[in-house]
Design a protein around this ligand. Structure first.
Ligand code: NDP
Length: 310
């Protein structure tokens, strides 16, 4: 019998209880799944979320791994008690949702939809919209989500550029890395998508200097993490019109405080950190497969590289 402790916000239990049990059964795993174990030493695996009840992991001395329900791990990284192998969530449902969010907002910008949706009056303003192949989208972060979005945008015809820490090759996507690569990408990008993890290296990657590298009138879509952006620099660029519009899903403080200037910017769209959500059915299969692998002595998938911070 494998003991799996579920430690996430109570509402998650309702979503995951049945889905995990089904996934364990389908993986032929004999699991005792519970939200509490009398003796922490009995726990073999922890299924966790950064907003879960456990913050001190030191009593789980026999745990073989912690399996995160979230893709981002920045809030877990500083926890000195979380010493066991940590896997982050890579879930097809998460990728699907992010693809839809990014493509939806990129198409909104590309087709200048606001001009029509928000237009008042009776003026017939005919104009031919450009084709996606004449529009350049740059994506910072070419991991699970960034590369899924890059492929979808390419499929729609966009001229797609991407930037990552290590060099990448993705069909029909011009890939860049390094500081010079970032400058080259930004200088061509009309719609910028941020899908980087938050680490010491990526914090404030979008700042006054990098914003100035974007062409005038560029748009920004940020479903990555709020702290990737220097907010004061973005607000200044939105104010001058250098950045025409930003769609922000994530913020340094969430929920975004009611007195935050972003709420009062006409050229900012705020979404409530719902760009994409881990789906219980597909992510439970990933968790079950990782436990099966671990029990079979195979390497776990999606392990966090603690030295890189993601
Ligand atoms: P991955 O770890 O798969 O990909 C991260 C990408 O960022 C990789 O391409 C990586 O490069 C690149 N990267 C990391 N550090 C740097 C750096 N210093 N310079 C340049 N590139 C860098 O993550 P995911 O795609 O799964 O997720 C990305 C982020 O999306 C998550 O960390 C989370 O913050 C956010 N997210 C937001 C959600 C929402 O609803 N808003 C939902 C889910 C995730 P390399 O390929 O070389 O490793």
């Amino acid at each position: 019998m494998i003991n799996v402790l579920f430690s996430a916000a109570p509402a998650r239990w309702d979503q995951y209880n049945a889905a995990l049990r089904t996934a364990f059964k389908n993986a032929s795993l004999d699991v005792n799944l519970s939200r509490e174990f009398e003796d922490p030493k009995d726990v073999d695996y922890l299924v966790i979320a950064p907003n879960g009840p456990i913050t001190d992991f030191s009593p789980f001395t026999n745990a073989k791994a912690a399996l995160n329900l979230w893709a981002g791990v920045e809030s877990l990284m500083p926890n000195p008690t979380l010493t066991m192998p940590l896997a982050r969530m890579v879930d097809s449902g998460l990728s699907e949702g992010m693809r839809e969010y990014v493509c939806g907002h990129a198409l909104r910008y590309h087709l200048e939809m606001d001009n029509f949706i928000c237009a008042k009056g009776t003026e017939w303003r005919y104009q031919v919209p450009p084709l996606a192949r004449h529009r350049t989208v740059g994506i910072l972060g070419l991991g699970e989500l960034g590369s899924a979005c890059a492929q979808a945008l390419t499929g729609l015809g966009f001229n797609t550029l991407g930037w990552s820490r290590t060099p990448k090759e993705i069909a029909n996507v011009k890939c860049y890395s390094g500081t010079e690569g970032l400058a080259e990408l930004l200088s061509q990008t009309e719609i910028l998508v941020l899908l980087l993890p938050l680490t010491a290296q990526t914090e404030n990657v979008i700042n006054a200097e990098t914003l100035a590298m974007l062409p005038k009138g560029a748009r920004i879509i940020n479903p990555g993490r709020g702290a990737l952006i220097d907010d004061d620099a973005l607000l200044a660029a939105l104010n001058t019109g250098h950045i025409a519009h930003a769609t922000l899903d994530v913020f340094r403080v969430e929920p975004l405080p009611s007195d935050h200037p972003y709420w009062h910017c006409d050229n900012v769209t705020i979404t409530p950190h719902n760009a994409s959500e881990t789906r219980a059915d597909t992510s439970s299969e990933i968790i079950a497969d990782n436990i099966r692998r671990s029990e079979a002595g195979e390497p776990l998938r999606f392990l966090v590289d603690r030295s890189a911070g993601y």
